[in-house]
Design a protein around this ligand. Structure first.
Ligand code: COA
Length: 447
């Protein structure tokens, strides 16, 4: 067993260890760096003077050492080379030691103060940019084994460069200062995406952390926990927004005649019967459009499209605790009045927080109606794994040219968000145009 000690490093005492480059059980070669020390002027690596197996490392980063401090215990494999033995035994005449002493007393390369300021600033900038590009996951153990001098190691550390990834063009493939700077330059010239680690490419958008703001600085505030529904719907909406390539088409339809029918039906309805709503007509029209364009009644499952032979329509319901989407099952087999009744029941359950998971599953597509609230067009988020959602705004009376004069017509704004992985723009245009035709002349739903 051999003690590996800090050699004579000149007049320096209590120098901090900034890196331990070996661990117990590691086989080391002669001249392999064991630890890196740093003074206020420079850094230096202390090399092993024997080949063998490290049995115990006695230092850790932050420890302070002087001449003679024991770094590690090594199980001796072979006699030291003459050169190394002389290093161990030498005082100021040993090459490595005098190099080390020089390294402590002078910067790696003479620079004027101006040069030093400029290079430090640009290197710091480069470091920050590399950090932005997630390039700084440095494998310290491997970086420690890369052949490089103390000043180059220090530069690499400051710039966040993993030395094990830098091709050395010095003698015996030693990494020199210019190699580190060239590596930084090449990395910065690559597009940010390409600079990301391979495993992150295509799976994680490069998104800034959420801003941490002390809102109380700007005025009185209070904090409330998110409701359970908002937490769940928020997570689902976020996933759908991020993962689905949404496109939204806008159109409008003339529902003047339909509104006449709807109000007449409600006038005639028995006391206590559910009100026939525009939304109930829209559910029926969506079923007819899905029957005409079955490519919208699908879900994506890996590399397959699941074609649905049922017609279940979801509708967004606003509740005190947040948004839920109950589903009207088999809407193709129900009349508008039955759909309106069921919607009223489901909306009531939703507001009371009594919907079961089964009542919110299995939709073919969904409708989000803000018609009772206001606004025209908006871009609803698709309710995955469905591939389309209809957004409905508030109908308003508008002057429409009938060929000879303007006449007041009730115009309903509609938006259709659709998943571009499952359907194409032309199909979406036809689907929405057909929906508009159906709502303008509801007799066609019967065909
Ligand atoms: N244009 C004009 N008026 C409309 C309309 C439209 N598109 N849709 C509804 N209205 C009118 C109704 O006729 C009703 O008027 P009335 O009381 O004079 O008869 C009024 O607006 C209120 O309708 P509402 O009670 O909202 O019924 P609804 O069938 O339209 O909607 C729900 C039922 C459950 C969908 C609705 O209460 C709801 O929750 N909407 C919000 C959905 C949502 O949050 N979407 C956003 C998701 S991101």
């Amino acid at each position: 067993m051999q003690e590996l000690k800090v050699p004579d490093i000149g007049d320096y005492r209590n120098i901090p260890v900034i890196e331990v480059l070996v661990c117990a059980g590691e086989v080391v070669a002669v001249d392999q760096p064991l630890v890196t020390l740093e003074s206020d002027k420079a850094t230096m690596d202390v090399p092993s003077v024997f080949a063998g197996t490290i049995r115990e490392v006695l230092l850790k980063p932050g420890d302070r050492v002087s001449h003679g401090s024991v770094i590690a215990h090594l199980e001796f494999d072979a006699p030291a080379s003459n050169a190394s033995a002389s290093v161990l035994a030498a005082t100021h005449t040993g090459t490595a030691i005098s190099d080390a002493a020089t390294a402590f007393s002078t910067p790696a390369r003479p620079q004027t103060p101006k040069q030093r300021t400029e290079s430090t600033a640009s290197e710091a900038n480069a470091g920050a940019l590399l950090a932005d590009r997630s390039e700084v996951t440095v494998d310290r153990a491997r970086a420690g084994k890369a052949a490089a001098g103390p000043s180059v190691r220090k530069l690499a550390r400051e710039l966040g460069v993993d030395l094990s990834k830098v091709a050395g063009r010095g003698r015996n493939a030693r990494v020199v200062r210019e190699d580190v700077l060239a590596h930084v330059k090449t990395t910065l010239s690559k597009p940010a995406q390409a600079a990301a680690p391979v495993e992150a490419r295509g799976t994680q958008p490069d998104i800034l952390p959420w801003p941490q703001v002390d809102f109380a600085k700007f005025g009185p505030v209070e904090r409330r926990p998110l409701s359970r529904i908002r937490k769940i719907s928020g997570a689902n909406l976020h996933r759908n927004w991020v993962m689905i390539p949404h496109v939204t088409n806008f159109d409008q339809t003339d529902v003047t005649e339909l509104e006449v029918l709807r109000t007449a039906l409600n006038r005639e309805s028995k006391a206590g019967a559910a009100k026939v709503t525009m939304l109930a007509f829209l559910v029926k029209a969506c079923v007819a459009a899905l029957q005409q364009f079955p490519q919208f009644n699908v879900s994506l499952d890996g590399q397959e499209l699941v074609q649905k032979r049922y017609f279940h329509i979801g509708f967004a319901a606003d509740t005190p605790n947040g948004l839920v989407v109950p589903v009207i099952r088999d809407a193709d087999r129900k009349g508008v009045a039955a759909i309106a009744t069921e919607m009223a029941e489901l909306a009531g359950l939703a507001r009371e927080g009594k919907l079961t998971p089964a009542q919110m599953q299995g939709g073919s597509m969904s409708i989000s109606s803000l018609g009772g609230i206001g606004g025209s067009h908006f871009t609803p988020i698709i309710n995955a794994p469905e591939v389309a959602i209809l957004g409905v705004g508030r109908a308003s009376t508008q002057p429409v040219w009938n060929g000879s004069a303007f006449e007041p017509r009730l115009i309903l704004p509609m938006s259709l968000s659709w998943d571009h992985r499952a359907v194409d723009g032309a199909e979406a245009g036809r689907f929405l145009a057909w929906l508009a035709t159906l709502m303008a002349d509801f007799r066609r739903v019967l065909l």
